[in-house]
Design a binder for this molecule. Structure first.
Ligand code: 8YV
Length: 334
């Protein structure tokens, strides 16, 4: 019997690649650890493949394909309709990256509030004056004894981020959810009790903008949410507030954010994702903004997390192709 062919479109490193040393699969793998495979390589090698392992930017299709395994929790690069129509199963990597992305969200909130970009650029010159480089304090303080976090999207990563904010003295949480899904006041009350915050409330975008000291964008990159953070939202924010986007670049209107930072509609922004990534030029509107900390999509980039994601993606692919249960399969309901 012929062995099913699988294509592994990234080198998952010496700890994970050995999972593919098996006699029951015909494995074609991309070798470079530093460069992503090109579209040409992928299209050439996908011919006849039953399964493929990809990352965010890759788009794939193949007549024999039965399994797509993406090394990501997000799957907007995959055409779900086409997958369902053709009975293709999708493996992804939820949960394993939640903590790393929540950590980075807090880091960006602190960096953006504390002028890290500007201060690092002037070091080692010390302007020894009382209010040089001062920015808003993230944690509760004598002037602001309560702090409010706003979340656009309130899934696992948002809730893990909220948990990290509690020791900073955050007492209130506002969030916006999918308008199609019913509000969950019981879950919110339980979450508030468990975390020890006074309130967790689903609100409209305008209220979230107006009341939040930090706004975290943590929603999926759905087309319906494109530019959910637009000029109107940014104009409605507190002048001392910080915006953090560790989800998808498409959720924030970059031009509007650059303008908002220049005009002082909000204090600063911490951005791990931008529109058009990974092909972003130095002329991107946010690259020049001193109040904007920009990172190259490293939310899940810790050694432990990427190893966890790579292992899960590899196991999803192997189990799926062999007809077994995947460790994490997206249940597609439409
Ligand atoms: C990764 C992500 O950087 O999982 C996601 O959806 O955006 C990030 O964790 C990326 O997926 C790597 O493929």
């Amino acid at each position: 019997m012929s062995r099913p062919k699988v294509v592994v479109a990234r080198n998952l490193g010496p700890d994970v690649m050995p999972l593919f040393n098996r006699s029951d699969l015909d494995v074609v793998a991309w070798h470079s650890e530093t460069e992503a495979c090109g579209r040409k390589w992928l299209l050439e090698n996908i011919v006849g493949a039953s399964g493929v392992l990809v990352m965010l930017a890759d788009k794939v299709a193949g007549p024999k394909l039965r399994i797509v395994s993406t090394m990501s929790v997000g799957y907007e690069h995959v055409d779900l309709q086409q997958l369902t129509d053709r009975g293709v199963r999708l493996g992804y990597t939820p949960d394993v990256l939640t903590d790393a992305v929540a950590d980075l969200s807090i880091m960006l909130a602190l960096m953006a509030g504390r002028n890290s970009r500007e201060t690092m650029s002037v070091w080692p010159s010390y302007p020894w004056s009382p209010f040089a480089f001062c920015g808003p304090q993230l944690s509760a303080n004598w002037l602001h004894p309560t702090r409010t976090a706003g979340f656009i999207g309130f899934g696992r990563i948002a809730q893990a981020t909220l948990a990290r904010l509690v020791p900073f003295g955050f007492t209130h949480c506002l969030y916006t959810g999918n308008p199609a899904s019913a509000p969950t006041p019981e879950r919110d009350a339980t979450l508030a009790r468990t975390l020890g915050v006074e309130s967790v409330r689903r609100v409209a975008l305008a209220e979230l903008a107006r009341e939040s000291d930090v706004v975290f964008v943590l929603a999926p990159g759905a087309p319906s949410l494109r530019h959910v953070v637009d000029a109107a939202f940014l104009r409605g924010m507190k002048k001392t507030a910080v915006l953090v986007n560790t989800a998808r670049g498409t959720l924030v209107d970059s031009d509007a954010l650059a303008l908002a930072l220049r005009e002082g509609w909000l204090w600063g922004a911490g951005i791990d994702v931008v529109e058009g990534e990974p092909h972003v030029g130095a002329d991107h509107p946010l690259v020049k903004e001193p109040r904007c900390v920009v990172l190259p999509h490293i939310g899940s980039a810790t050694t432990e997390t990427r190893l966890g994601m790579a292992t899960m993606a590899a196991k999803n692919l192997i189990s799926g192709v062999l007809g077994d249960t995947m460790p994490a399969e997206l249940s597609i309901t439409r």
